[in-house]
Write a protein that binds this ligand. Structure first.
Ligand SMILES: *[C@@H]1O[C@H](CO)[C@@H](O)[C@H](O)[C@H]1NC(C)=O
Ligand SMILES: *[C@@H]1O[C@H](CO)[C@@H](O)[C@H](O)[C@H]1NC(C)=O
Ligand SMILES: *[C@@H]1O[C@H](CO)[C@@H](O)[C@H](O)[C@H]1NC(C)=O
Ligand SMILES: *[C@@H]1O[C@H](CO)[C@@H](O)[C@H](O)[C@H]1NC(C)=O
Ligand SMILES: *[C@@H]1O[C@H](CO)[C@@H](O)[C@H](O)[C@H]1NC(C)=O
Ligand SMILES: *[C@@H]1O[C@H](CO)[C@@H](O)[C@H](O)[C@H]1NC(C)=O
Ligand SMILES: *[C@@H]1O[C@H](CO)[C@@H](O)[C@H](O)[C@H]1NC(C)=O
Length: 342
């Protein structure tokens, strides 16, 4: 299912021209650094005699010329110092960058969540990059795409400048994630990618949003333009005037199917470093956004989004055959969906 990419636009400062230092000078510096690295390492080996393995990370520090001594060592696998091909990170080249991916499903608040993240000055979340089939054709095209994003060489309206401290994108479960989960988990674990799961608790509301959104693809209720996300209460009101009719025959199996997909995803990706978020909690509980910033070790900021929720208020006002839906779900595991507010 296609979802409009809605990104928070900020001043996109892209520095294109890399600094050209003389090749000879670079080579000399590189050789010097390598010799120093080997020398330091050999001293380490002599001095410690045993338990030398962890000391090897000293070499990395020397190579980067970056002082990261004050950072918790357990975080090392998650810290990256990308050297983009397309620009120079300049004064931030020694700021560590964390890699993340938002794993979600359509109509689960991920567009809204991403605009919130992108309102952070040090976050660059690049939208639904695997919307395009050729990027997820096979494991190698997925890896290539990931490499470019995580090397900061991917340009969207959400790309920040050289001072990004976290870079990522959102990935829908039906965009190659399940088919290639083994290779992807391997990549995530090898490169220290942090996973943010974003799901919706009320799957019936998700269903309403999906049907309405796909209806609007044809109906184009907002003056002939299809919109998946809106920025004003008036637009939200217009879109929510359409009341979907739920297919009662497939309702139970459709809800079950969504639940199974979520459970399978969590199982496949359990070995990654991850956090599980629910849209409803983000809406209700302000500290959840602080948890996310802590998870990505970002400097704490107030996050904002201009997006407005489309289907507000009780669900009974948004479903045409409400009474039948009520009857169908009564006494089942899904009865709770009838009453939840979000
Ligand atoms: C290295 O450790 C071994 C035992 O693990 C010890 O016998 C030896 O004396 C140590 N060498 C130095 C130089 O400390
Ligand atoms: C993977 O897909 C890309 C893009 O469609 C294609 O160019 C490439 O040949 C494929 N590689 C393999 C190993 O199938
Ligand atoms: C965040 O961005 C600001 C402004 O670009 C920069 O000064 C700061 O060093 C960045 N912080 C981190 C943690 O990268
Ligand atoms: C549609 O267009 C009319 C007039 O052209 C304007 O007043 C109205 O605000 C627009 N509505 C939306 C939802 O964009
Ligand atoms: C409702 O779902 C059933 C079972 O999946 C399907 O056979 C039927 O065509 C659907 N009805 C409508 C109106 O889409
Ligand atoms: C909000 O979330 C935090 C953890 O993220 C939790 O400790 C707290 O109990 C939650 N508050 C409410 C009202 O649910
Ligand atoms: C569902 O239907 C029952 C009557 O069968 C009614 O009492 C109840 O309020 C309805 N629930 C909702 C959420 O509308």
């Amino acid at each position: 299912m296609v979802e409009e990419i809605c990104l928070f636009t900020k001043g996109d400062i892209i520095i294109k021209a890399p600094k050209k230092s003389p090749v000879l000078l670079r080579t000399i510096v590189l050789v010097f650094v390598m010799v120093c690295g080997v020398y330091i390492c050999s001293i380490c080996l002599k001095q410690t005699n045993s338990s030398t393995k962890t000391k090897f990370s000293n070499i990395e520090v020397v190579e980067r010329h970056c002082h990261v001594y004050d950072i918790d060592r357990s975080q090392t696998p998650y810290l990256h110092y990308p050297k983009p091909k397309t620009f120079h990170r300049a004064e931030c080249s020694c700021n560590p960058v964390r890699l993340f991916a938002i794993l979600s499903m359509q109509r689960s608040g991920s567009g809204w969540f991403e605009t919130l993240l992108n309102s952070h000055i040090n976050v660059s979340s690049n939208g639904e990059i695997f919307l395009f089939k050729e990027r997820r054709e096979n494991a190698s095209s997925i890896t290539e795409t990931l490499d470019r994003v995580y090397n900061l060489d991917w340009f969207t309206s959400a790309s920040k400048n050289q001072c990004s401290a976290a870079v990522g994108f959102k990935w829908m479960l039906n965009q190659g994630l399940m088919e290639h989960h083994r290779e992807i988990v391997q990549y995530f674990n090898d490169r220290g990618v942090s996973v943010i799961f974003l799901f919706r608790r009320n799957l019936l509301r998700r269903m309403v949003s999906m049907i309405a959104n796909s209806y609007d693809r044809y109906a184009k209720l907002l003056n002939g333009t299809h919109k998946s996300h809106v920025h004003s209460p008036e637009e939200a009101e217009t879109l929510s005037r359409y009341k979907p009719k739920i297919n009662l025959t497939s309702l139970m199996t459709d809800l079950k199917q969504m639940e199974v997909t979520v459970a399978k995803t969590l199982e496949h990706f359990q070995s990654t470093r991850h956090i599980i978020l629910y849209y409803e909690d983000l809406v209700k509980n302000g500290t959840k956004l602080a948890d996310v910033q802590e998870f990505l070790k970002l400097p704490r900021m107030e996050l904002t989004s201009r997006q407005v929720k489309i289907h507000k208020g009780p669900l009974s006002e948004h479903i045409k055959n409400w009474d039948d839906v009520n009857k169908t779900l009564k006494g089942t595991d899904y009865e709770r969906f009838l009453y939840a507010d979000y």
